[in-house]
Structure formats: structure tokens, C-alpha cells
Write a protein that binds this ligand. Structure first.
Ligand code: ACO
Ligand code: KIV
Ligand code: MG
Length: 530
């Protein structure tokens, strides 16, 4: 965690080294299609955001629905170190709802907004420039009766005439707003433009250290993070952002990217946040779980590939010095470790290192043989796992690695009903077993049938199916992680039949568990024993 010990300037001052993080995951993030959260989910996420150290949390839009009102009220009562914020239009009913929802807050902020751009004034609001100023001021004054502080947002500020925006902000300060937000509502601006605008606002608005400027950037052109950082360079001292960058359309600036950019490049920016960066990955995972929306593999900071390397040249560099290809450590953001993934792009250096970890030390000639068989295997599989490597080192055929093999699989499902699966398995020692199970869908039924038949039910901690290639005949790749007796295994399966791919992946995980604990007799063997 970084704290500001050196800066004595007020928070809104450009001399202040502290940048406030205003999280809007539960409001702007939640309002985007696919990201709705119920009250329980919002509460859980709010606890995580507070432990992450966000300064202000926009908890919702109380006038939107009774459940949103209740969520804001419940979260506000629970926050201790974070200012609870609620959004409201410049309308009495919205502001009163926000005020009532924030009643139990330790520290409360109402965020009132009103469009200022010509397009919005004319077509959305049907109001003149002076009517917009009057409405904004009466909204701010009303909001101040209900809370500790008021933020005012000039919606679509980046497409507003700068002189008029300055007039609006001067009026907003006079009415009592202490945070002035200039949102790039439609993700239209560029870093140079937004920096220049914030410099002008800082210079020409009569804030006299009483107000702080805020940036709220959307990602329609993929520049939300760059624009937020540019706004800070221009004088903003609050950034509005969301976990995983969720939000309207292409999303908002991603909190984890903004925070890590300020941290990794701190000599450049000279600015700090209160965020405990080791909680960034857990926060990202929790949000993904609560919304059911997965994070892209290549997402900066928190994606599965952010600290994973498959290509041989990068792996070789990483093994010599991790700084060659990583600008921060995975532990900085709460990820356990860097992964050197062995696949078709890997080279000898990473293969040799992994074999050594697995207790194998082939001489140069054996290494060449293993390497060429490894490449052939990697061409067929997307990821080569540890026991594939051991099989290669021992001269075995990794594709035949058991002890269990799938002999038969059939599934049946009806629309709206439970699915059924029957499976047949054979063991290297000659045993044949079969099983059947019901489940929520054919994949679930097939996995249950396999686990029940073998009598070993590791806990599924991660499961993904991806198509490789396009078209309805594309190969399906199933990747899963399981835990069993405190240890973790990853496995995958590939087939044009996605149910078979999933079944192969689970069987591969169970086989790994059995091979790593050979003295553990499975329940199927016990049943077969006389
Ligand atoms: C840029 C942003 O992210 S703004 C936040 C956007 N978030 C949301 O809209 C989510 C929550 N919204 C809702 O649940 C609904 O829109 C409600 C309950 C707030 C309002 O619903 P309705 O009363 O049916 O209005 P509707 O959504 O159709 O239209 C919006 C109205 O608000 C007006 N309005 C829009 N912004 C503002 C504002 N800042 N201040 C005052 N009025 C505003 C519009 O002019 C329109 O007025 P009209 O009904 O007189 O034409
Ligand atoms: C409510 C405002 C700040 C907003 O979300 C936007 O303009 O994008
Ligand atoms: Mg927004």
C-alpha cells in the first residue's frame, strides 16, 4: 500500500501527491448490460472494495429501483474508511432518495450530474445554457442538505464549450460542490486534449483550493486509462474507475490499470494512491464470479496471461532475469507466481528448467530427443503439463498416460429437464467400470458420472470451455483446475465434442492425482477387491 506522508498540499491542489480513487464499479460498472448485481453481490463487492482502499465508493443510483436503494443504504451503513456516494439527477426526488439511502453512512457524498454539451442540452434536456446552470446549482444546493459533501458532474464535459464549462464549474463551486467532475462520457477525447482541458480548468475555474477536479473516462476508443492519467497530469486529483474496467458500452477506466500505472511509473508521475495493490487480483476475480463475466486472458494486470510466458525466447530471458519481460511482480497485484507455460512456442531453456524441477536431469542427447517429442506433443495440445513431461522424460507415450481411460460416453438432455450421462472407463490394470449420473446439463452429468464411478471427487475450482477455430465443427478445449487434499491440479481435454473434452479433462486431473499419490487406492479398486 502507498500512503502520502510527504505532501502537505490540500488534496485538490496540483502540488498534492495524493490521487483519490473513486470507484464506480457498483454504479457505472453495474449499469452496463451483463453486469447487473443483486444486493447480496453488491454488498460482497463493496466489502472487497473497502479492503482494497478506495477513497470514495459510488454505491448505486437509489432512484433507479427499490433494490438499488436498499443496496446503497446497506453498503453505506457498513463502510468505515470509505466515503459512501450515491448518484442523482438534478431532480428533487432523485436527490431525496440518494439522501435517504445515505442516512447511515459514516461519510456521505451525493453525486449530482447534468449534461452540459450542446448536443445533450438541445436534444436530451431541451434546456438553454442558463437553464442548465440554474438546474445544476439548485441540485447541488438541495443535495448539500442531505450529506457531507457534493460532487457535481458536467455530463459530456469533453464535448462542451470550454468557456461554458468553466462558467458551469464556477457556479457549481459557488453552490457548494467540492468535487468537479469533467467526464468523457462517450470516450471521445485524447490524452493531449484532456490534459490541456484540465490545465485550463485548473487555471481558470475559481476553485482556490476548495474543490478537487475529477476525471471519469470511458473506453470507446480504448483510451480511458491513458486519458485518466493525462487528466491527472493536467491537475485532476480524483480518478473515477472500475474493477476490470467494466462500465457503459466499452467500459470505464480500469482501476487496476490506473493504479498500477501510477505505482510502476511513480518516478514519472510522482503520485500515490491508498490502494493495497495486492488485493487487485482477488477483487478482479470476485467481480468476475459475481457477474458471471470472465476477464479476457490478455487483460492488463489481472488477465490469466498477465504473468504467463509461453514463448521460448521470453522464457529464456525470464530464467536469466525476470525483469527482462515483467515490469512488476505478480505478487504486487496479488497473483501467486509467474507461470512459464510449456507449449509449442517454448524452447529448451524452459523445458530443461521444468524437467529439473520435476527431478529429471537428462543429458544433452536425451534432452534433444525429449525436446523433439515435446514439440510434436505441443503441436497437438495447447498446454503440456508436468506429467506429460515426466512421461516424455521416461520414454513413455504421454497420450497413453492413465491409469484410467475413457472407453464410452453418452449423454441425454431434454429442454428444461435434468441431463443424464453414462460412462465406461478402463484401468491399466485391466479393470472396467461404468457409471451414470444426473446433472445440470450434460457436462455436469458426465463429470459427476466419472467422479462417482472412480470414487474420487476433487473439488472443481475453475472450469472453462473454449472453441479452437471457427465454425460448428471447431475443436472444443476444456481447461479445469481441481483441488484435492490441499493440492491443486490443472488439466485439459480436447475434442470436437465439448462434453468429451470436459470428461477427458476431468479424467486427466484424476489420473494426475492418482499418479502423484500411487499408494492412494481409489474407491473403484476397493469395490473390486474380494
Ligand atoms: C452518463 C450516465 O451514466 S447517467 C446514469 C445513467 N444510469 C441510468 O440511467 C440507470 C438508472 N436509470 C433508471 O432507472 C431510469 O432511467 C430512471 C428511474 C432514473 C428514470 O426513469 P424515467 O423517469 O422513466 O425516465 P427515462 O429514463 O425514460 O428518461 C430520463 C429522463 O431524465 C431526464 N434527465 C436525464 N439526465 C438528467 C439529469 N442529470 N438531471 C435531470 N434530468 C435528467 C431526461 O431528460 C428524461 O426526462 P423526461 O422523462 O422528462 O424526458
Ligand atoms: C454520471 C456521469 C459521471 C457518467 O457516468 C458519465 O458522464 O459517464
Ligand atoms: Mg460514466
Amino acid at each position: 500500500m502507498t500512503t502520502d506522508s510527504s505532501s502537505t498540499a490540500p488534496p485538490g491542489d496540483v502540488a498534492s501527491q495524493q490521487v483519490r480513487i473513486f470507484d464506480t464499479t457498483l454504479r457505472d460498472g453495474e449499469q452496463a448490460p451483463g453486469f447487473s448485481m443483486n444486493r447480496q453481490a453488491k454488498l460482497r463487492m463493496a466489502q472487497m472494495l473497502e479492503s482494497l482502499g478506495v477513497d470514495v465508493m459510488e454505491t448505486g443510483f437509489p432512484a433507479a429501483s427499490p433494490d438499488d436503494f436498499a443496496a446503497v443504504a446497506e453498503i453505506s451503513r457498513q463502510l468505515r474508511n470509505t466515503t459512501a456516494c450515491a448518484l442523482a439527477r438534478c431532480q428533487a426526488a432523485d436527490i431525496e432518495a440518494a439522501g435517504r439511502a445515505l442516512e447511515g453512512a459514516h461519510r456521505s457524498r451525493i453525486h449530482v450530474f447534468l449534461s452540459t454539451s450542446p448536443l445533450h442540452r438541445e436534444f436530451k434536456l431541451g434546456k438553454s445554457k442558463s437553464e442548465v446552470i440554474d438546474l445544476a446549482c439548485s441540485g447541488i444546493e438541495r443535495a448539500l442538505q442531505y450529506c457531507d459533501e457534493v460532487e457535481f458532474s458536467a455530463e459530456d464535459a469533453l464535448r462542451t464549450e470550454p468557456d461554458y464549462l468553466i462558467e458551469v464549474f464556477n457556479a457549481a463551486i459557488a453552490a457548494g460542490a467540492s468535487t468537479l467532475n469533467a467526464p468523457d462520457t462517450v470516450g471521445f477525447t485524447t490524452p493531449a486534449e484532456v490534459e490541456a482541458l484540465f490545465r485550463q480548468l485548473y487555471r481558470e475555474v475559481r476553485h482556490q483550493g476548495r474543490a478537487i477536479f475529477s476525471a471519469h473516462c470511458h473506453d470507446d476508443l480504448g483510451m480511458a486509462v491513458a486519458n485518466s492519467l493525462a487528466a491527472v497530469a493536467g491537475g485532476a486529483r480524483q480518478i473515477e474507475c472500475t474493477i476490470n474496467g467494466i462500465g457503459e458500452r466499452a467500459g470505464n477506466a480500469s482501476l487496476e490499470e490506473v493504479v498500477m500505472a501510477l505505482k510502476v511509473r511513480s518516478p514519472l508521475y510522482g503520485l500515490q494512491t491508498r490502494i493495497d495493490t495486492r488485493k487487485l487480483y482477488p477483487a478482479s476475480r470476485l467481480l468476475s464470479q459475481l457477474t458471471g463475466q470472465s476477464v479476457p486472458r490478455n487483460k492488463a494486470i489481472v488477465g490469466e496471461n498477465a504473468f504467463a510466458h509461453e514463448s521460448g525466447i521470453h522464457q529464456h530471458g525470464m530464467l536469466k532475469h525476470r525483469g527482462t519481460y515483467e515490469i512488476m511482480t505478480p505478487q504486487d497485484v496479488g497473483i501467486a507466481e509467474t507461470r512459464l507455460v510449456l507449449g509449442k512456442h517454448s524452447g529448451r531453456a524452459a523445458l530443461r528448467q521444468r524437467l529439473q524441477v520435476l527431478g529429471q536431469q537428462p543429458d544433452e542427447a536425451a534432452m534433444e530427443d525429449i525436446f523433439s517429442r515435446f514439440k510434436a506433443l505441443a503441436d497437438r495440445k495447447s498446454e503440456v503439463h508436468d506429467d506429460d513431461l515426466i512421461a516424455l522424460a521416461l520414454g513413455q507415450d504421454p497420450d497413453a498416460v492413465g491409469p484410467w481411460h475413457l472407453g464410452r460416453l453418452s449423454t441425454h438432455s431434454d429442454l428444461g429437464g435434468r441431463a443424464r450421462a453414462t460412462i465406461g472407463l478402463h484401468h491399466d490394470d485391466g479393470r472396467q467400470i461404468s457409471g451414470e449420473a444426473q446433472g445440470d446439463g450434460p457436462v455436469d452429468a458426465a463429470l459427476k458420472a466419472i467422479a462417482d464411478a472412480i470414487g474420487l471427487s476433487p473439488q472443481l475450482t475453475e472450469f472453462q470451455i473454449r472453441a479452437v477455430g471457427a465454425g460448428s465443427d471447431a475443436q472444443g478445449q476444456a481447461h479445469l483446475s481441481v483441488s484435492h487434499q490441499g493440492r491443486h491440479w490443472r488439466a485439459s481435454g480436447v475434442s470436437t465434442d465439448v462434453i468429451e473434452a470436459a470428461a477427458q479433462a476431468l479424467l486427466s486431473a484424476i489420473n494426475r492425482i492418482q499418479r502423484s499419490t500411487p499408494d492412494q487406492v481409489d474407491a473403484a479398486a476397493r469395490r473390486a477387491a474380494p
